[in-house]
Design a protein around this ligand. Structure first.
Ligand code: UDP
Length: 417
C-alpha cells in the first residue's frame, strides 16, 4: 500500500519536549516506521518550518518525509497555522501527481482539513480515502482550558466537519470514542488503535541515570499548564509531612534549556511555586532531553507521575511501563486504559496533589510493590502496545476505508445505471 501521512505541525524529525512537539511527533514517526516495516510505502508530509530543511528526507527504504512550503519557513505556533492549510493541501496534491497514494491519514484536525482538501484536488484516477486521527479534541480542550484555549474559533465547526467527512476515524482510546460520538460522528466509522511504545528502546535493562537523593520521582512532558506538573510540586510538602524527606522530583521537558537565565514563563511559574512551598531543593528541572537519554532517565525513577487535567492518550506512561517503572496517573482519557490501577500503577483523581502524595508514599514505602507494578507494566506494554501491533490495527482501518470507497464507487455506478 502507498500511504500518505499528513502531520502539519508535528514533524517526525523534530526535537521533542517543546510546547508543540511531543506525542504526535513520536506517534507519526513510529507508526510510519512500523508500517514501512510491514512492507508499505509511507510518505509523511509536514510543514516546512525552517529554510534550511531539504524538500525530501529519506528516512528508510520505504519511508520519506516531505517538507511542504505552507506559510513562513519558521516555527509558527500550531494554533496559528489554519490559514496555511490550503497551501499545504496544494503542495501535497501536487506531490501526488507523481504517484498518488492508496490512502491518506491526517493527524490533528488541521491536517485532516489538508488531507480532505488534497484528496479533493488529487487527480489520482481513484478517490483517495481519508483516515483521521485527532490526537486532541477542541471540545475537550475548551472544557478544561476555557478562555485560555488559543485554538482558532473555526475549530468549533471545522473539527467535527473533518470527523463527518473523513472515511474513517482512528481513535486512540475508548474515552476518545465517547467524545467523538458526542460530537455527532457516526460510531460505525470509528475504529480504535492506541499509541505504542518502542520496546527495543524503552526496556528495564540498561544504564540508569544517577540520582541525587534516596528517592526519585519523575515527570516528563511538554511544559504546558494542562500537564499538571505544578500538582506534582504541590504534592511534595504532603509527602514530606508523611515522612518522605529524601525525595527528588525531576522534571523533564520544556523548550530549550529550562536552566537558562531567562527561562520560559511556565518554568518560572514552576520554580516560583517550588520556592514558595519550601521544596525548591527537592525539584530539578532538566529542560528538553533528547530521545536517546530518555530510557536511562525513566530507569532512574522509583515512580513516574502523569497528572494532566486531561489527556487524549499519553505516551509517557507507556514508556515508563516499558522500562518497568510504576506510574501514578490521573484517571483521565487514555491513562484510564494504559495504567491499570493497583496493576501497573496507581490511579488518582485529577487535580489532587494530596492524592498524588498518598499514592507516592505508598510506592516509596514498598519496594516489593514497586517491583510488582513495574514488571506488570512492562508485560502490559509488551503485550498490547508494540508499534508493530498498532501498525497492524491501523492497517486494518486503512483496508476497510479502501474497501468502503471502492464499494461506494461500485454502488454509485450501479445507481447511475
Ligand atoms: N519527550 C522527550 N523529551 C522531552 C520531553 C518529552 O523525548 O524533553 C517525549 C516523551 O518521552 C514522549 C513524548 O515526548 O515520547 C510526549 O508524549 P505524550 O503523548 O506523553 O504527550 P503529548 O506531548 O502528546 O501531550
Amino acid at each position: 500500500m502507498r500511504i500518505a501521512m499528513i502531520s502539519e505541525h508535528a514533524s517526525p524529525l523534530a526535537a521533542l519536549g517543546g510546547v508543540d512537539a511531543g506525542g504526535q511527533n513520536v506517534h507519526v514517526a513510529a507508526l510510519s516506521e512500523a508500517l514501512a516495516r510491514r512492507g508499505h510505502h509511507v510518505t509523511v508530509y509536514t510543514r516546512r518550518d525552517a529554510t534550511e530543511l531539504p524538500a525530501r528526507v529519506r528516512v528508510g527504504q520505504r519511508l520519506e518525509v516531505v517538507h511542504v512550503d505552507a506559510g513562513p519557513a519558521r516555527h509558527v505556533p500550531k494554533d496559528q497555522l489554519l490559514p496555511y492549510m490550503g497551501q499545504l493541501a496544494a503542495g501535497v496534491a501536487a506531490d501526488w501527481a507523481r504517484r498518488p497514494p492508496d490512502v491518506v491519514h491526517g493527524h490533528f484536525w488541521m491536517s485532516g482539513l489538508a488531507a480532505l482538501d488534497a484528496a479533493r484536488r488529487a487527480d489520482a484516477g481513484h478517490r483517495v480515502p481519508v483516515l483521521q486521527t485527532f490526537h486532541a479534541l477542541g471540545t475537550v480542550k475548551r472544557r478544561h482550558q476555557g478562555a485560555e484555549d488559543t485554538s482558532p474559533p473555526e475549530r468549533t465547526w471545522l473539527e467535527p466537519g473533518v470527523g463527518r467527512s473523513a472515511d474513517g476515524i482512528i481513535a486512540t482510546c475508548p474515552d476518545e470514542v465517547l467524545e467523538l460520538t458526542a460530537m455527532g460522528i457516526d460510531a460505525a466509522k470509528i475504529s480504535t488503535a492506541p499509541c505504542g511504545v518502542d520496546l527495543d528502546f524503552f526496556a528495564p535493562d540498561g544504564p540508569a541515570d544517577a540520582r541525587r537523593r534516596r528517592h526519585r520521582v519523575l515527570s516528563v512532558g511538554r511544559l504546558v499548564p494542562r500537564k499538571g506538573v505544578d500538582l506534582v510540586i504541590r504534592a511534595l510538602p504532603h509527602l514530606q509531612a508523611a515522612g518522605f524527606d529524601d525525595v527528588e522530583l525531576l522534571i523533564v521537558g520544556g523548550g530549550g534549556n529550562a536552566l537558562a537565565l531567562d527561562p520560559d514563563p511556565e518554568v518560572r511559574r514552576l520554580l516560583d511555586l517550588a520556592t514558595r512551598l519550601g521544596v525548591a531543593n527537592h525539584v530539578s528541572l532538566h529542560g528538553q532531553v533528547p530521545r536517546d537519554a530518555m530510557p536511562g532517565i525513566f530507569r532512574s525513577a522509583d515512580a513516574v507521575v502523569c497528572a494532566p487535567w486531561y489527556e487524549p492518550f499519553g505516551i509517557v506512561p507507556l514508556e515508563a511501563m516499558a522500562c518497568g517503572v510504576p506510574v501514578v496517573a490521573a484517571a483521565v482519557g487514555g491513562l484510564q486504559d494504559t495504567v491499570v490501577d493497583h496493576g501497573t500503577g496507581l490511579h488518582v483523581p485529577p487535580r489532587d496533589p494530596a492524592a498524588i502524595a498518598a499514592a507516592l508514599a505508598m510506592l516509596l514505602a514498598d519496594k516489593a510493590l514497586r517491583t510488582r507494578l513495574g514488571s506488570a507494566g512492562e508485560q502490559r506494554a509488551r503485550t498490547l502496545y508494540s508499534w508493530d501491533r498498532v501498525a497492524a490495527q491501523t492497517e486494518k482501518a486503512y483496508l476497510a476505508a479502501i474497501a468502503g470507497t471502492t464499494a461506494g464507487a461500485v454502488s454509485m455506478e450501479g445507481a447511475a445505471l
